[in-house]
Design a protein around this ligand. Structure first.
Ligand SMILES: [Zn+2]
Length: 567
């Protein structure tokens, strides 16, 4: 029997260009068949009481298309959930308290992990160190990942990793105090000493994980994927694009897909050069060897572009920029891949029908990537399933904007970085450059496709923080980047729904609320469309609808018949 459902009495943002909000929509077996006024939809079903459709009264609530989070490191979201989530902690004392709380639940020797901190968020305005963490967790190794490029660990972790007095790593850097003692800050490649210690099971298990001995690696990955995806539903995210996936994770996704166990729609980008798991310069992802293409899949699981990475970021001064940083230095780390081979990689991928999504924060890195993309595209136009895109694109040059417009190369932006990381930028770049950071308005005005997304765990997985960054362009401490590059709320929502769907090869099935599209919908506890952007820091999702089914519903949501809820 088909299930017809009418959502009425709402303020429904469809994300369709040139379409105002509608009051109601009708869907059947998970696909939208009509949108419009209450009277139009109620006419079609013969009135509220006709029994020909379930009627859900939204009570005037705002509804939007489910978010298509087109850059979401799903396993990092699991780390935030199981470990210490450092986003929003205001002082190092709060950080210590959060670590101590985890340690209280942990067995002695068990690893405590976490992510999401940056020194600019702490009132002390300094890096946390091993001694801070020792106070909080004297009996457990602790490793907390910064937003980009470094970790802080405690003495137990240093000991397990074999890092002692005067230690010099093979790559990266171990910060030492004047007496030669490691401070607990490990940068770039030096983090691998900790990863190795965790992998080899030095210390006991990692907290929250069941451990390799008790379950196979694949089941463990699947467990963490499910944990993360179920959490994302609470934020109205109904589709993700996971960038830089290796074989294990891909297998976990496809197994979940095969058993109908994926809680939401996933597109996955196979990891390629510049991603930390790829060490051989001749590496070809199995998905490429197997002759797959981006776009292959169904409404639950799809293949995305190949993911590559050139440089680092701004908060860690590892972006490849044309101009030096404020203190006269340049990125201290080498490019993440062999720049002499980049042209070959991109033309190879292009010839095989693959799109490439490439991490370039700095303007120099972006220009280099685009010159190779342009060369490939000038020889042969992109196929419909080849959607090259630039990831991050902090400061596009005129060359970059022209090239992206000419060849229809999109950009994937994370305006949430302004909120979580922006307070540290004035340390690294001139204040005059803040206004032009991640210039969404400029990209759009040049006709370039823009998708915005969370990039968890370089940002939090709360999509409203991303929207806040795009619309308000203000930091956690209230520093205003100016409104020259700000988007309107509706533009920002489009970039986070239909914009993301394009990069995830899902633009024919989700991202807008229109006839023929999947009924993927987030229902909010307040209006954001015509509200002060500050409301974005308070808004909550009260219900998430996925393929017509209410997969998440709080007590503040609308009245929903039991048959429409996920069993
Ligand atoms: Zn990322």
């Amino acid at each position: 029997m088909t299930k017809r459902v009418a959502l009425v009495n709402g303020k429904i943002f469809t994300a369709l260009e040139g379409q105002g909000e509608v009051q109601a929509l009708l869907y059947e077996d998970g696909r939208i068949c009509e949108i419009g006024s209450d009277s139009k939809i109620l006419d079609i079903i013969g009135g509220r009481e006709s029994g020909s459709a379930y009627v859900v009264d939204l009570g005037g609530r705002t509804a939007i298309p489910g978010f298509v989070d087109s850059h979401n490191h799903v396993l990092s979201a699991a780390t935030l959930l199981e470990g210490v989530n450092c986003f929003g902690l205001k002082t190092i004392d709060e950080l210590k308290a959060a670590v101590a709380a985890k340690a209280a639940q942990a067995e002695p020797g068990e690893w405590i992990i976490g992510a999401g901190w940056i020194e600019s968020q702490f009132a002390e305005r300094r890096l946390p160190n091993r001694w801070d963490l020792d106070e909080a967790a004297p009996d457990n190794p602790v490793c907390l990942t910064r937003l980009f490029g470094m970790v802080v660990v405690n003495s137990k972790a240093l000991e397990l990793a074999g890092i002692g007095h005067g230690f010099v790593p093979e790559t990266g850097r171990v910060d030492l105090d004047p007496a030669g003692e490691p401070t607990g800050i490990l940068r770039e490649g030096a983090v691998n000493y900790i990863r190795r210690a965790m992998r080899e099971g030095r210390g006991t298990r990692v907290q929250g994980r069941i451990g390799a001995r008790e379950a196979s690696e694949g089941q463990e990955t699947a467990r963490r994927i499910l944990l993360a995806l179920n959490e994302l539903l609470k934020y109205g995210i109904t589709s993700v694009l996971d960038p830089g996936v290796t074989g294990d994770t891909m297998r976990a996704y496809t197994r979940l897909w095969a058993t109908g166990a994926l809680p939401l729609r996933v597109s996955a980008m196979p990891a390629w050069h510049g991603m930390s798991a790829i060490s051989s310069p001749d590496y070809v992802p199995p998905a490429v060897e197997a002759g797959l293409q981006p776009g292959v899949g169904d409404e639950w699981f799809r293949i995305g572009n190949l993911k590559m990475a050139i440089d680092g970021g701004l908060g860690s001064k590892t972006a490849m920029m044309h101009a030096p940083f404020r203190d006269g230095t340049r990125s201290t780390v080498p490019a993440r891949l062999d720049l002499n081979k980049l042209g070959r990689y991109i033309s190879h991928a292009h010839a095989l029908g693959w799109g490439v999504g490439i991490h370039c924060c700095g303007d120099l890195a972006q220009d280099i990537a685009l010159s190779h993309m342009a060369e490939a595209l000038s020889k042969r136009k992109a196929l419909p399933h080849q959607r090259h895109h630039i990831i991050h694109g902090y400061y596009p040059t005129e060359y970059a904007l022209d090239t992206m417009a000419e060849y229809d190369i999109g950009v994937s932006l994370q305006p949430g970085f302004i909120y979580v990381e922006g307070d540290i930028y004035p340390d690294n770049i001139d204040e005059s450059l803040l206004a032009g950071f991640k210039p969404a308005r400029t990209y759009l005005s040049r006709g370039i496709r823009v998708a915005i997304n969370t990039d968890v765990a370089s940002g939090p997985y709360d999509p409203f923080i991303t929207l806040y960054g795009a619309v308000a362009r203000k930091t956690m401490a209230g520093l205003d980047f100016g409104k020259a590059e700000a988007l309107t709320m509706r533009e920002a929502l489009r970039c986070f729904t239909s914009g993301g769907a394009y990069l995830a090869y899902r633009d024919k099935e989700c991202g807008v609320l229109a006839p023929g599209y999947l009924a993927d919908i987030a229902i909010l506890d307040r209006d954001i469309l015509d509200a002060d952007p500050e409301e974005l820091l308070r808004v909550k999702v009260v219900a998430t609808v996925l393929g017509g089914e209410f997969v998440y519903l709080t007590e503040h949501g609308p009245e929903v018949p039991g048959e429409l809820k996920k069993s």
